[in-house]
Design a protein around this ligand. Structure first.
Ligand code: AMP
Ligand code: MN
Ligand code: MN
Ligand code: MN
Length: 280
């Protein structure tokens, strides 16, 4: 049987529910052969994941998911095989986390103005365990407060464009994010490309800008893609000579649709991103 690769997942170092150690254990139990940790804008979970993966004998791929603003939209770029010691990458991510702190205060201010409990910022931070703060932590806090039934409902009601708690992102430039990843010895991947709901021409423009910056891959199979998306993205990968990646985008057992170790193989004709990895 083919080794299963899952090259996109989150831990408590960002907005995942499981600790890096627990994530690695569950991945091994689920039969994953090579597991990446790709927390949003932080590398703080990598050392723990590396240690546990080493102990239990699952291959570990150190990663990151960088928040990018491209043409006024938020796009996520995954870096795989990065060196967590890279000063340039660390410095770039630290700037993004500063923006997160400012944005969290702004989200809270707007939510309170819209009638939400005035300790919402404290609640969101409590759920982040003092680590990286994200909209997911606000969403979980609002579910706890009974403002909506689920995290995805909170997003729809409060956190997306046009809703009271929405603050637009000012993230890294696409060129910078890709540059940091390459400087750190990694490969840059466009995360869940079907999620951005771009028209064909826009997606092509994104892919061209990404390639010009030095990016080499897109996620073809993703936990947030449909079967049709797999084939559409496989075609884009072939047309643009990009490598293909697979990632669940697992955030924990709270989302029943996305499981570890259950991803389908890449469609035929894709060149896997791991084709020339020493371990492949
Ligand atoms: P942030 O990077 O803090 O803006 O938060 C983005 C994260 O929120 C994503 O990585 C997802 O985990 C989560 N998210 C975004 N949109 C939704 C949604 N509609 N439903 C559930 N989670 C979402
Ligand atoms: Mn997330
Ligand atoms: Mn993402
Ligand atoms: Mn993700």
């Amino acid at each position: 049987m083919n080794k299963q690769y899952d090259l996109h997942a989150h831990s408590t170092a960002s907005d995942g529910v499981l600790s890096p150690a627990e994530l690695m254990r569950r991945a091994a139990q689920a039969g994953v052969g090579a597991m990446a940790l790709t927390d949003h804008d932080t590398l703080t979970g990598l050392a723990e994941a590396y240690d546990v993966a080493h102990q239990i004998g699952i291959e570990f791929v150190p990663g990151v998911e960088i928040s990018v603003t491209w043409e006024k939209r938020t796009v996520h770029i995954v870096g795989l095989g990065i060196d967590p010691e890279s000063q340039m990458l660390q410095k770039g991510l630290a700037q993004l986390r500063e923006f997160r702190v400012w944005r969290a205060e702004e989200i809270a201010r707007r939510l309170v103005k819209a009638g939400v409990e005035d300790n919402i910022l404290k609640r969101a931070y409590a759920l982040s365990n003092g680590r990286l703060i994200s909209r997911t932590h606000f969403a979980r806090a609002l579910v706890e407060l009974g403002r909506a039934e689920s995290v995805s409902q909170v997003f729809k009601k409060f956190l997306v464009s046009g809703k009271p708690g929405h603050v637009s992102g000012q993230w890294a430039a696409l060129e910078d994010a890709v540059h940091w990843i390459i400087e750190a010895g990694g490969q840059a991947v466009i995360a869940h490309p079907a999620r951005y709901q771009l028209k064909r021409a826009q997606l092509h423009a994104l892919i061209r800008a990404f390639i010009a910056a030095g990016g080499c891959a897109i996620e073809v199979v993703s936990g947030s893609h449909s079967r049709d998306d797999y084939f559409t993205m496989a075609r884009h990968a072939r047309d643009f000579g990009l490598l293909a990646s697979i990632g669940s985008d697992y955030h924990g057992p709270e989302n029943a649709h996305i499981k570890l170790g259950r991803l389908p193989d890449l469609p035929p004709g894709c060149q896997p991103i791991w084709h020339d990895w020493a371990s492949a």
